[in-house]
Design a protein around this ligand. Structure first.
Ligand code: MLT
Length: 218
């Protein structure tokens, strides 16, 4: 049975089963949907609320979060518009479900829209896990990401994301003030068990760090 309300994106919602844990915003890759990352979200952040929207762009019938002109060549005007739409959806979901600002957990196209949303609408996200992300905007906006935690996991033999591109994204986020952890894993574009282990450890550290803040905010 779905707990999801009718909001601007088709989505899945799973309520938190433990208090004080930041919610996750799950953002699937090309051709995925709102069900794809639920198992990863549950495994990496047990007890957290999960909000998982479906991308609104269709490429040959495959859902995505923004248009591209070719693989790795993005329609940046569309990215800006879609990042805005996604940030608006996050606001709606927070109001509808009573959530704190979520940490985005995105894979591939979902990681790219998460990076764009961080840079364009930083207030929408508390941080991000970017799996196999690349630079979404050739000229990044001036953003204040001070104190936002970001985990970027790249693949050493990723046939879609060149190593230089992933490092450039890490640099852009660091320049904006984010607290970036960037690791290059012995993997390709696909995810591995190592990703899950790294993500789960990082999320656990965010909970530990956030705990005193939630107590004092109560
Ligand atoms: C993108 O289009 O966002 C990236 O090329 C990753 C992909 O979805 O294949």
């Amino acid at each position: 049975m779905s707990n999801a309300k009718t909001l601007s994106f088709v989505h899945r919602f799973e309520p938190a089963t433990e208090t004080g844990r930041p919610p996750l915003l799950l953002l699937h890759g090309t051709g995925g949907d709102e069900a794809d990352l639920i198992p990863l979200g549950r495994a990496a952040a047990p007890g957290s609320a999960l909000v998982s929207p479906r991308g609104q762009v269709l490429e040959n019938g495959m859902p995505r979060f923004f248009r591209r002109l070719a693989e790795g060549v993005f329609d940046e005007a569309d990215i800006r518009r879609r990042a805005d739409d996604l940030a608006d959806f996050v606001e709606e979901a927070r109001a509808a479900y009573g959530l704190a600002a979520p940490i985005a957990l995105g894979f591939s196209n979902g990681a790219n829209i998460a990076a764009a949303t961080l840079l364009l609408r930083p207030e929408a996200l508390a941080g991000a896990v970017l799996l196999r992300a690349m630079v979404p905007l050739s000229t990044p906006p001036v953003a204040d990401l001070a104190g936002k935690p970001v985990l970027l996991l790249s693949g050493m033999v990723d046939s879609i994301v060149p190593a230089e591109n992933a490092s450039r994204l890490a640099g852009q986020l660091r320049d904006a003030g984010a607290d970036v952890e960037h690791a290059v894993l012995p993997a390709g574009h696909g995810l591995s068990q190592v990703d899950l282990t790294r993500v789960a450890g990082w999320v656990q550290r965010q909970w530990t760090l956030a705990a005193p803040r939630s107590v004092s905010a109560a």
